[in-house]
Ligand binder design. Structure first.
Ligand SMILES: Cc1cc2nc3c(=O)[nH]c(=O)nc-3n(C[C@H](O)[C@H](O)[C@H](O)COP(=O)(O)O)c2cc1C
Length: 430
């Protein structure tokens, strides 16, 4: 097919990896409709949240989102209402940017929100724009999602005249397509790319809320974060808080892959045991023992068997195991897989995707890949194993952005946990 051809999306094929978890969350009922048109969204009660928001003051909208406890679903988990509150009220021009770069390996949830319920995302963006006082909304979408970009553009063409005519709400939404780099998912790299520059992350401060796109105040939010907002405004913060735990509120879209029978997207309330999610995905596909589970995309340190017994899917539980919820992209790794090959593959990704600005990241990620490669090949020495553990520890936090940690933290966990399985690999104190 010629690139650029408009394609009629068959939502059945797009949705074949979205499964029901047996729980009515905030996305599942809408995913079930399997029709991305404005008509279907209106029939499902769409665009009543923006109507409600427009009847509130922008400050009250921000308060409601703060009360809901919604935290960013793009990886860092920053409270959304607090972030919106950072945008200066008196700035004449400001932007809301939706981060649809979705580059974290294992992560494929935003793709389904965009292709199945694009209007839910657009409604969330409109509410966010209204709350921060911006009518200039931009979606930055990864280049590989050209099909999703065309769904989104079609939805925008339907939505803008609808809200103008129905609520006299004038808004401008643009879609910008990236060119296939991971690092532009990092919000300041994204802003540079939007400006037509190299997608290099910027040093902070200044933060995007002060100087973002074109040096103007900008709020960057993930797709899933924004798509959760209409539910909060329509049903109230308390209804959202009914899902999840005290501190990790709401539901989460989990993308599960690796050694499971039914890899795909499942919506679950925050706080469910990780083991339950693996059960939902049909259990392991090889019948073998689980060696490790990456809980939130490859940048999050894996959990090992005994941790898996206790871990639940929420910010606090995963932090207690010195890992993160990230994007909730769970990757199950069984004993039938070579953990060293997995580690080498992950390190290779981060080495290739380093923007190269910071020496520690440019050289360190490559060196980690090289050392894991030596382990895979069986040509390592004990000083290589020690170096790997030391470098992956000291690299952490030593660059402009968190790309370096995305490589260093999982590598450190893997080498410190599994080195004793290497022939003669025990430390003196083991
Ligand atoms: C290396 C790197 C890659 C990232 N990639 C993404 C991404 O693909 N999508 C995303 O939403 N956030 C990504 N983030 C997080 C963003 O910088 C930012 O925190 C997020 O878009 C904010 O939205 P939220 O508050 O709604 O989560 C990445 C961060 C880093 C350090």
């Amino acid at each position: 097919m010629e690139v650029g051809t408009m394609v009629e999306i068959n939502s059945e094929t797009v949705a074949d990896k979205v499964y029901e978890s047996g729980f009515e969350g905030i996305f599942t009922p809408l995913f079930r409709v399997r029709d991305s048109s404005l008509g279907a969204y209106l029939q499902a009660g769409g665009y009543t949240a923006i109507e409600r928001a427009l009847g509130m003051s922008p400050e009250d909208v921000i308060e409601e989102v703060k009360k809901s406890g919604l935290r960013g679903r793009g990886g860092a988990g920053f409270p959304t209402g607090v972030k919106w509150g950072f945008i200066p009220k008196d700035a004449e021009k400001k932007y809301l940017v939706c981060n649809a770069d979705e580059g974290e390996p294992g992560t494929f949830k935003d793709k389904y929100i965009i292709s199945l319920v694009p209007h839910l995302l657009l409604e969330g963006m409109m509410i966010g724009g209204y709350a921060i006082g911006s009518r200039d909304l931009i979606v930055y979408i990864r280049g590989e999602y050209w099909l999703e970009a065309s769904v989104l553009k079609r939805a925008i063409d339907e939505a803008i005249p609808y809200v103008k005519q129905k609520f006299n709400f004038d808004v401008n939404i643009r879609v910008m397509q990236g060119a296939g780099s991971y690092i532009v998912g990092e919000e300041t790299g994204l802003l540079n790319s939007l400006e037509g520059k190299r997608g290099h992350p910027r040093p902070r401060p200044p933060y995007p809320a002060q100087k973002g796109f074109m040096e103007l105040p900008t709020c960057v939010n993930n797709v899933e974060t924004l798509a959760a907002v209409p539910f909060i405004i329509k049903h109230g913060a308390d209804a959202f808080r009914k899902f999840g735990t005290e501190k990790s509120t709401g539901t989460k879209l989990v993308g599960i892959s690796g050694n499971v029978k039914r890899p795909g997207i499942y919506e679950v309330p925050m706080g469910v045991p990780l083991k339950k999610i693996i059960e939902l995905a049909g259990g392991t596909d090889c019948g073998g023992k689980i060696k490790a589970v990456i809980p939130g995309g490859t940048s999050t340190p894996p959990l090992v068997a005994d941790e898996l017994e206790q871990a639940t899917l929420d910010y606090e539980s995963l932090a207690s195991f010195r890992t993160f919820l990230g994007t909730a992209a769970c990757i199950v790794i069984c004993e039938c897989n070579d953990i060293w090959k997995v580690a080498e593959n992950i390190a290779k990704f981060y080495a290739e995707e380093s923007c190269g600005q910071c020496t520690t990241c440019r050289e360190g990620t490559r060196f980690i890949e090289y050392l894991f490669h030596k382990i895979v090949e069986g040509t390592y020495s004990w000083s290589d194993v020690d170096s790997l553990e030391e470098i992956s520890t000291y690299m952490q936090g030593s660059a402009i952005c968190a790309h370096i940690d995305a490589c260093a933290m999982p590598s450190q966990k893997i080498i410190s946990t599994f080195r004793r399985e290497l022939k003669g690999g025990k430390r003196n104190h083991d």
